[in-house]
Design a protein around this ligand. Structure first.
Ligand code: SF4
Length: 394
């Protein structure tokens, strides 16, 4: 049987840098677009030479960024030709394209749909003018709503929405924050979406928000507000008939994101484009975060990667544990890392209501999802200390 191929493509262009964003991107123009397309063709050829596509079937294709919806029609067609040509397509190919709400024109949507894109991820982030302004977004609340409706009207089967919570908008009260978040959720679930991706605002190093936070400005709310907004989202999703299937993801039954699921289940994936990450089952690597350096390396027979990391057996097991506990399915109760002192930690987490055990699997409760990072740290500390002594260790 053909091996499933999961491909991520980084389109590194944005109209403007959002103050919280740490992804690699730069301004869009025709010259840069041509450099990116040239590099993409060379990178695909390089992987073809290495027989990376032999015996594979394209199962998921994800165009992220950056802002893929900024690509001009010719660049979109050329990139689509290149990417769809790498391997035969699965009859259930999931092809996602990230959309900035302001780019949702009828013509663009028709071209994408006719070409085979079947999943659109709308970067709305909020439906409130003050929240959007705080986030430095270029669109307003109405544009965000209209974009979701335009995507659904254009006939896309899968419509995903991004929302960001835990914002400390200057000069507003906690009551205002609660009210506007509740309104964001009410609007989101009243729209024709099939999937919601939830992001807690994180202050990433090197961003404009990072500089403001270092200067003493408070940009995220309290732990209590974070928890209240997270739980409010879970309740609203349940009421709307969405499954909470991953720590930050909610979907109508049958509409889970298959590309993201590949990441969370430890499947190999290939990243193309500057700053794109890849994983082949034992090695992880990332391309350089520079369009020019990435394209030059590919044009001159150099290596476009910034690093390659061979995972140790412990890292591989920890990754299975991390990724498994992000998902509602959890991990097997007899996972190799739970064979030593970490077993006592896992039992304690069950008693504390963070984990639940059913059908010989351990999975997070809603509270566990909320406190996932701290919980993983506790398990990982105990497991790493005893890894060499764990019976049955690979
Ligand atoms: S549009 Fe998205 S990728 Fe571009 S700067 Fe904003 S958050 Fe980052």
């Amino acid at each position: 049987m053909a091996r499933p191929l999961h491909v991520y493509v980084h389109v590194p262009f944005c109209a403007r840098k959002c103050p919280y964003c740490h992804f690699y991107n730069l301004g869009h123009d025709d010259g840069r677009e041509a450099v990116w397309l040239d590099g993409l063709a060379r990178e695909i050829a390089l992987h073809r030479e290495a027989e990376a596509f032999d015996g594979a079937r394209l199962a998921t294709l994800y165009w992220g960024g950056g802002t893929p919806s900024l690509l001009g029609p010719e660049a979109f067609e050329r990139a689509a030709d290149l990417l769809l040509g790498i391997a035969p397509r699965s009859h259930r190919l999931e092809w996602t394209l990230e959309l900035n709400p302001g780019d949702a024109t009828r013509d663009r949507l028709r071209v994408w749909r006719d070409r085979g894109v079947n999943r659109i991820s709308v970067g709305a982030q909020s439906f409130d003018a003050a929240r959007l302004e705080f986030l430095g977004r270029t669109h307003g609340p109405e544009t965000a709503r209209e974009a979701v409706c335009a995507v659904a009207d254009a006939g896309f089967e899968e419509v995903s929405l991004d929302l960001i919570f835990d914002l400390e908008v200057p000069g507003v009260s906690p009551a205002w924050r609660r009210r506007t978040w509740a309104r964001d959720l009410a609007i989101a679930f009243s729209l024709p979406i099939t999937h919601l991706s939830l992001y807690g605002l994180t202050i990433e190093s090197g961003t404009a928000f990072d500089a403001r936070a270092r200067a003493g400005e408070r940009l995220t709310a309290s732990d209590a507000a974070y928890a209240a907004e997270y739980h409010a989202t879970c309740r609203a999703a349940r009421r709307a008939g969405f499954e909470h299937y991953e720590v930050s993801s909610f979907a109508k039954p049958g509409h889970r994101a298959r590309h993201n699921a590949a990441y969370w289940t430890g499947a190999p994936y290939l990243g193309l484009g500057p700053a794109a990450h890849s994983f082949d089952g034992v090695r992880r690597w990332a391309n350089v975060s520079s369009l020019t350096c990435w394209a030059e390396a590919l044009a001159t027979g150099g290596d476009p990667r910034a690093f390659v990391e061979l995972l140790t057996p412990l890292q591989r097991e920890l990754e299975t544990l991390y990724l498994g506990l992000r998902r509602v399915e959890g991990i097997e109760s007899d996972h190799v890392l739970l064979g030593g002192p970490a077993e006592a930690v896992a039992r304690a987490l069950v008693r504390e209501g963070m984990l639940v055990e059913r059908d010989a699997r351990l999975a997070c409760t809603e509270r566990g999802f909320l406190l996932l990072d701290g919980m993983l740290e506790r398990i990982a500390d105990a497991a790493s200390a005893s890894f060499d002594k764990v019976p049955g260790r690979p």
